[in-house]
Design a protein around this ligand. Structure first.
Ligand code: NAP
Length: 299
């Protein structure tokens, strides 16, 4: 039986630390961390994500500003809003919810955000700092940062001698996750859609991280006995057993089959998901401390 890595509990302890860091900064410097969340359009999933981010920001004691723009917003209007938030001293973190509607150039918007306010960790300066091992001044993409904390709960902070495999090589998750694992001394393999013998590659992993977006792709015989399995995938699939037309969320791993083989595994939902939002708050409090010229808390 694997240890079930409870992302909700780990995220709750990160949030506790954020709340106390926020109170301390307000008491010492009169500064409240400020998070601006920008949503364009009416995609229901994006609306739900943005709503929970703004709610959590308030719960952490932040100044929370939400900007909901119509679907037909122009590139110029969005860039003007971001430039204004860059210039606003009460805002320490800016998050533009992705994906943006197709007529907008996301990359231009992301690269306009000041790197020190880029709490999603997607600016090339932050990606570069992670790649070159600067963990003191950069901001790290939230889902990989949260996934690494989950790995740490099982494997500790030093992954020397361990093989880690990351399936997926996106800028949002796979690449930064590989770099984080490498920074903790794991021997890292990055696998993707062109990799040969994916089951064979995965079966050598002491730490297996799946971020593909394919429901239950990773099977039990891909998992090394005792491995730590971090399932990043969020896939909505039909669930006729719950009733006609019902759906459920599953990960990229076949959880029921992998769990008896793994040493530890994250469930979906309740694993990586809660960590993403917690790390967004963590990045905002880190940005506020740095702006105040203080040593930022580490998570
Ligand atoms: P993405 O940009 O679509 O990247 C998917 C990656 O998977 C690509 O690198 C792709 O390889 C690889 N891939 C696709 N099919 C494959 C196959 N058959 N075998 C091996 N590799 C394959 O997705 P993403 O943004 O990284 O997200 C991945 C998953 O994580 C999604 O389910 C997403 O919903 C989830 N996610 C969850 C959270 C959270 O908060 N829990 C946050 C972010 C993402 P190529 O590069 O060769 O095409």
């Amino acid at each position: 039986m694997a240890t079930i890595i409870n992302g909700k509990d780990v995220a709750a302890s990160v949030i506790d630390q954020i709340k106390s860091s926020t109170l301390a900064l307000e008491a010492s410097d009169g500064i409240k961390p400020g998070l601006a969340v920008v949503l364009v359009g009416a995609d229901p999933a994006s609306q739900a994500y943005v709503g929970s981010k703004s709610k959590m920001a308030k719960e952490c004691g932040f100044k929370s500003a939400q900007y909901s723009l119509p679907e037909n917003t122009t590139q110029e209007a969005l860039m003007t809003l971001v430039a204004g938030l860059n210039a606003d001293p009460s805002i320490h973190g800016i998050l533009v919810q992705l994906p943006l509607p197709k007529h907008l150039n996301s990359e231009a918007v992301i690269q306009l955000i000041l790197p020190e306010k880029d709490v999603d960790g997607l600016h090339v300066v932050n990606a570069g700092k992670l790649a070159t091992g600067d963990s003191e001044t950069g901001l790290i993409s939230c889902t990989p940062a949260g996934s690494l904390i989950l790995v740490r709960t099982i494997r500790g902070d030093d992954l020397s001698g361990l093989n880690a495999v990351v399936i997926g090589r996106s800028n949002l998750f796979g690449k930064p996750m590989g770099q984080l694992l490498l920074s903790k001394n794991a021997t890292v393999t990055m696998a993707h859609s062109r990799s040969k013998d994916l089951p064979g590659i995965c079966s050598k992993a002491d730490i297996l991280v799946a971020a593909v977006g394919r429901p239950e792709m990773v099977k039990a015989d891909w998992v090394k006995p005792g491995a730590t399995v971090i399932d990043v995938g969020i896939n909505r699939v039909p669930a006729p057993e719950k009733g006609e037309g019902k759906t459920k969320l599953v990960g990229d791993c076949d959880y029921a089959a992998c769990e008896p083989v793994a040493g530890a595994i994250t469930p979906v939902p309740g694993g990586v998901g809660p960590m993403t939002i917690a790390m967004l708050m963590a990045n905002t409090v880190i940005a506020a401390y740095r702006k105040a010229g203080k040593k930022a808390p580490s998570f």
